[in-house]
Every structure is written in structure tokens, then in C-alpha cells.
Design a protein around this ligand. Structure first.
Ligand SMILES: Cc1cc2nc3c(=O)[nH]c(=O)nc-3n(C[C@H](O)[C@H](O)[C@H](O)COP(=O)(O)O)c2cc1C
Length: 332
């Protein structure tokens, strides 16, 4: 059993956190992960407040274990403040907060006494988060799928461990199996966040039109065909905070539009803002934005989410036991 300050504080069996991944990541996925002893998360970006209420209630029907709701606090995120209010009103077991200025959202959670994790992408954000004392800090590296900053996971995580004091540090970006989790724990991290790996599970995107094709594209990736670029947000007609860009699999869309920002902006305007252009992309699995990180190269099959949790925890435990034997062997 891998016990850390995070698993103890959040009532988990395993130091594994399934990332919030927009509105394709709902109660079924979160409950499957939580029932397996890790922390499942309902994504909220793209949901209406009513839909989030429903999803939280459904999650409670499916599990009595702790779960989280993710809230993106970047100013354009539709309903961001209202979605946080919904999570607080529902008294969810925990909230994860990312992007923009997370501190007001953190303070609201603290006032409501709901445990909160703040995800950061740079040292300035890390320092601000530490000062506001969340229940855990999530350090996200550039290898990650979805939106992320420019820092590589390993060195950024080590800096966070130097600075965070007694606040548990979770590590995200490029982790998809027990080897990544073992590395996180060996360096002093309190848990690993996995997004891309959990996207390729049976429970992700149950209602999303191309999710089966997206998962197969992740399985088929060797990790080298992702792109971290502003082109994705340009397609959505949205600006993200400085230094944050999206990482997704390369596609017919990226082939056609990469490096043609001006023309892309005109096409997005012509299609009708905010979502006209991405609605066109979403019509085909060859152009739809498939958010995924470099850890796609480690994903070989679409699995039930519980099996991802079990395999990851078991492999990390075996590796850490082997590492301990190595140290004892050297000393003997
Ligand atoms: C499909 C997908 C959607 C994501 N959506 C969100 C989101 O809605 N909110 C958020 O805070 N992070 C989001 N992320 C980033 C994750 O929180 C996490 O940092 C990342 O997945 C970790 O890296 P990995 O993909 O290598 O596991 C998303 C990631 C993926 C792969």
C-alpha cells in the first residue's frame, strides 16, 4: 500500500489522481477511479451549472468514496465562477483549481472548508499558491495533455518540492504508469496526476461523438506526434493566460493551419465566434482536437479505469520495493 500525506488527507488507498478533463470526463469515470481507491475527478469546463449539479449527484449514486470537481478559473471559461459555486453548494469532497488566478477560488473553498488542490505551471504561480496554503499543490509540466506551460515536469517538480514545505506536492505531465508514479514518490511527491492515460479508458467521453477514434489515436501514438502550440486556442477563438498553450495530437487540422495564424484568425471570425470553427473541426475524427500529452507513447490499450489504477499502483509498489532491495543489497 502506497500511503502519502495526500492519501491520508484525502482518504485514498492510492496516490493517483485522475485529472479533470473538460465535460467529456464525468461521473462514470470519476466514480470508477474513486471506487478503485484513487481520486476521480469530474471535469466542469464546458458544462452548464445544471449539468454539473446532475453530474455530481450521479457520481454520488455511483460511489461513496471521495472524488473531486475540477474548476478552470481562467476568465473566459464559461460559467467558471458559477461552476465553483455549484461545487461548493453540493459540498463535493474536494475541488481542483487550474489556470488564471486560482487564489479567489481557493479562498472560497477554504471558507467553505472544502479541501482544494491548486495546479500551477510556473514558479510565480507556485509561490503564490504556496502562500495561500491549499491542501495540495499540483505541479504540471509541459509534457502534459491539454493546456500547460513551458516548464518540463522533472525540474519544475523538484523546485516545488524545495519550496512547498509541508504542503503535499502532486506531479502531472508525462505520467501514465507505475514507473512514473514510482519516480514521483521516490523524489518526495505525494501523488501522480494522470490525464492522457485516463482519457484512453472505457469510461471517458461516453457521449462524445469521436471519443472511440480519439482513444485509438492515443493508443496508436508513439508519443512523438503531439503538438504544444497556440493554434488550438486560435481555433477556439480563445486567449489563455500568457505562457499557456494547448497540447494535442497532430491532425489534418494542425497540418493545414500550423504557422498560418493570421489566416486562421480570419477563418475563425468567418465561422462565427466563439465555437463556429471548432464545431466544423469536430465533424470529423481527422480534424477534431484530440487533447493528449507525450505519455500517449505509453498507452497501449483502452482499459477500464479501475484497471489503470490497479496496474499503476501495483507496478509502482513493485518498483519501489525493488529499489529498496537494491539499496539494502549495496549496503550489505
Ligand atoms: C483530454 C484532456 C483534457 C484536459 N482538460 C483539463 C481541464 O478541463 N482542466 C484542467 O485543469 N486540466 C485539464 N487537462 C490537464 C490535466 O489536468 C493534467 O495536468 C494533464 O493531463 C497531466 O498530463 P498527462 O496528460 O501527461 O497525464 C486536460 C488534459 C487532457 C489530456
Amino acid at each position: 500500500m502506497l500511503s502519502t500525506t495526500f492519501t491520508q488527507r484525502f482518504g485514498l488507498d492510492h496516490p493517483i489522481i485522475q485529472a479533470g478533463m473538460g465535460n467529456d470526463c464525468g461521473a462514470e469515470l470519476a466514480a470508477a477511479v474513486s471506487n478503485a481507491g484513487a481520486l476521480g475527478t469530474i471535469g466542469s469546463i464546458g458544462r452548464t451549472p445544471d449539468n454539473l449539479h446532475d453530474e455530481i449527484r450521479r457520481c454520488r449514486e455511483l460511489t461513496d468514496r471521495p472524488f473531486a470537481v475540477n474548476v478552470v478559473t481562467w476568465k473566459w471559461a464559461p460559467f467558471a465562477q458559477v461552476l465553483l459555486d455549484v461545487a461548493i453548494e453540493e459540498r463535493v469532497p474536494s475541488v481542483t483549481i487550474s489556470f488564471g488566478d486560482p487564489i479567489p477560488a481557493l479562498k472560497a473553498c477554504q471558507q467553505a472548508r472544502i479541501p482544494a488542490v491548486v495546479q500551477v505551471q510556473d514558479v510565480a504561480g507556485l509561490r503564490a499558491a504556496i502562500e495561500a496554503r491549499p491542501d495540495a499543490i499540483a505541479v504540471q509540466g509541459n509534457e502534459a495533455g491539454g493546456h500547460t506551460g513551458s516548464r518540463g515536469t522533472l525540474s519544475f517538480a523538484a523546485q516545488a518540492l524545495d519550496l512547498a514545505g509541508d504542503i503535499p506536492v502532486l506531479i502531472a505531465g508525462g505520467i501514465a504508469d507505475g514507473r512514473g508514479l514510482a519516480a514521483v514518490l521516490a523524489m518526495g511527491g505525494a501523488g501522480a496526476i494522470m490525464g492522457t492515460r485516463f482519457k484512453a479508458t472505457n469510461e471517458f467521453g461516453l457521449a462524445a461523438p469521436h471519443s472511440a477514434a480519439q482513444k485509438q489515436a492515443i493508443v496508436g501514438s508513439d508519443g512523438s506526434n503531439t503538438l504544444w502550440d497556440e493554434i488550438f486556442d486560435e481555433a477556439y477563438g480563445m486567449e489563455w493566460p500568457n505562457g499557456i498553450e494547448g497540447r494535442a495530437l497532430r491532425s489534418k487540422f494542425t497540418e493545414e493551419w500550423k504557422g498560418r495564424s493570421e489566416e486562421l484568425r480570419q477563418a475563425v471570425d468567418a465561422a462565427g465566434k466563439p465555437f463556429g470553427f471548432v464545431a466544423q473541426l469536430a465533424q470529423s475524427p481527422e480534424t477534431v482536437v484530440n487533447w493528449a500529452g507525450e505519455s500517449s507513447g505509453l498507452v497501449r490499450d483502452v482499459l477500464p479505469a479501475a484497471e489503470v489504477v490497479e496496474r499503476t499502483a501495483r507496478q509502482a509498489e513493485e518498483l519501489l520495493q525493488a529499489a529498496a532491495r537494491t539499496i539494502l543489497g549495496v549496503r550489505a
